[in-house]
Structure formats: C-alpha cells, structure tokens
Design a protein around this ligand. Sequence first.
Ligand SMILES: C[S@@+](CC[C@H](N)C(=O)[O-])C[C@H]1O[C@@H](n2cnc3c(N)ncnc32)[C@H](O)[C@@H]1O
Length: 314
Amino acid sequence: VETPIHIPVLLEEVLHHLNPRPGAVYVDATVNGGGHTGALLDASAPQGKVIGIDRDADLIAALTRRRFDDVAAGRLLLRHASFSHLAEILADAGIGPVDGVLFDLGLSSHHLDRSGRGFSFSENEPLDMRFDPADPSSVSASEVIAETPLPELVDIFHRYGEERYASRIARTVIARRRNQPIESTRALLSAVEQSLPAKVRWRASRNAARIFQALRIAANRELAEIERALPQAFDALRPGGRLVVISFHSLEDRMVKLFFREQKQLGTAKLLAKKPIQPSDEEVRINPRAGSAKLRALEKLRQPGETTMEEVRR
Ligand SMILES: C[S@@+](CC[C@H](N)C(=O)[O-])C[C@H]1O[C@@H](n2cnc3c(N)ncnc32)[C@H](O)[C@@H]1O
C-alpha cells in the first residue's frame, strides 16, 4: 500500500528556526513520510545529511523506497527505532555533534487512514494503536484496556484524553471487559457511547476521539519517550545548534516548556521564541490536523557542565 502523504505542519516555521545551511547535519526524530526531511535535504544540499528516525517500520520502509537516491548517496540515513535511543543511534552511525534536531510528535495521516491498527474509529479495526507493534516490550491498546485497574484507567482517560466523562467511561469499559475483551475499535466506540448521558450521546464521537487519543498515548508510553529523548537531543547539538519541537497535546508541550526553561536557567541555551508558535488560520483551514500544534525552539549555547569564559574570569 502506498503511504498517503502527510502534510508537514508549520514547515516554514520549522525551516526558519532550524535555519538549515549547505553541508549541515540534522536529525529528524519523527521522519514519517519525510515532509520536513525533504525540505531539510534540499536546504542542506549538496553535502548535508539528515538522520531520520521513526518508530514505525512500515514508514521507514516506504521512505527508503521513495528517497532511494538520497539514501544511496549517504545523505539520508533512516533508522527504525524510538527517538529515546537517539544517542545510541548517532554513536552507532559515527555522527558527531549535529546542527539541528526536529521532533514533530504524535501520529500522522498514515496511522489514521491506512495503518489498519485502530488509531481511529472510522473503520472497524483491531484495537492495537502501537507505532511499533513488533516491539516485544510494547503493549497494545486492547491490552491496556484488559489489564489496567479502574483508578489508573480513569487517570489515563482524564489526563491524556482530558475527558470529562473519564470515570463513567472507565467503569463501562471495566464492566464490559469482564464478559468479553474489548479488542476492536467498534467495541470501544460502543462502550464510550453507552457511558454518556443520553442528552450528549449524539456527539459521542468527540468523547471517543479523546479516549482513543488517551489510549494511544498510554500504549506507546509517549510522554516517557519524550522525557528520555529531550536531553539526548540537546546533548547531540553542537553549540549554536537548534532544537525544534512541535507538540499536539498540553502535557507534551508542558514537558517541552519545562525542559527549555531549565536550559535557559542553566545558561546553556537561549529560547528562539518566548511563546509557542501556532499555525495560521490559513494553515489550519488547509490542514485541520495542524490545529493543536505548538512549536518551541531553542539554540544551544554550550554543553551543560562546561564552564563559560565569564565563570573562568570570576
Ligand atoms: C506527526 S508524524 C511526523 C510527520 C513528519 N514530520 C512529516 O511532516 O512528514 C509523527 C511520527 O512520529 C513517529 N513516532 C511517534 N513516537 C515516536 C518515537 N518514540 N520514536 C520515533 N518515532 C516516533 C510516528 O510513527 C509518526 O510517524
């Protein structure tokens, strides 16, 4: 199956903040269909490099075919892995400090429309929702539902989904799973619908979207992966290198905000924008998925723990 092209979010703003130059080296930690990577390869031509990472093996295989010339020329290195292994990936590839790292978090059009792994409820599909179902340590969304005790399930729906009926939905799910495992998108959608007060049931798809998002974040342990990856990305930058993160969830953005603030306070980085950058109305009209995007960017000044000249003089 051809992977549908995912429209890159905030492309101009990403390029503005990474400021790619000929010969420079970039990491695209969430390469997907290569929307941002294609632009980085163009801007860093003829010698520049991009190391593209994705946790989804199908996407890495499809992109290897599509950009075979760049791969063969050694300008595009593609790796199937989680970005939480960033340091190891760069060390194995013998890549030294890089000029920029990009994270464009979350899921893509491919996952929603083509993967068949139950990321959306528009079709009846197995409830898997893993970016990397082959990872032996991973847990599918249906396993999360089968094995999570009530209080934790409420917490997942509440925190990751920001769902006001979290508790009612979790109780229905638990009651139903006793009789029959919830293993399809339709079974989960029906549990969500049945949990809602009758007067709001007509708009159950909004609640379902939040519950699906929550389970995806839990199944992929998305917040923990980001928390592990950010310091590695910062470490990988040369002084003057840039880190750009696009997030789609308030908990993700909060984590990025706190990490960036910490670097600023340590004097190891400067923020390139005080407030997160959001897409224009025009971009959201063309690409509604961009709606919740927030971009933050920093420039590294020095490695943490390195003494500055100013401190030497004191
Ligand atoms: C929003 S898409 C990126 C789109 C890409 N920037 C473009 O415009 O073509 C996010 C990608 O991140 C991948 N992903 C999610 N979690 C990941 C992780 N922990 N490590 C590596 N890739 C991950 C997903 O598989 C997905 O392909």
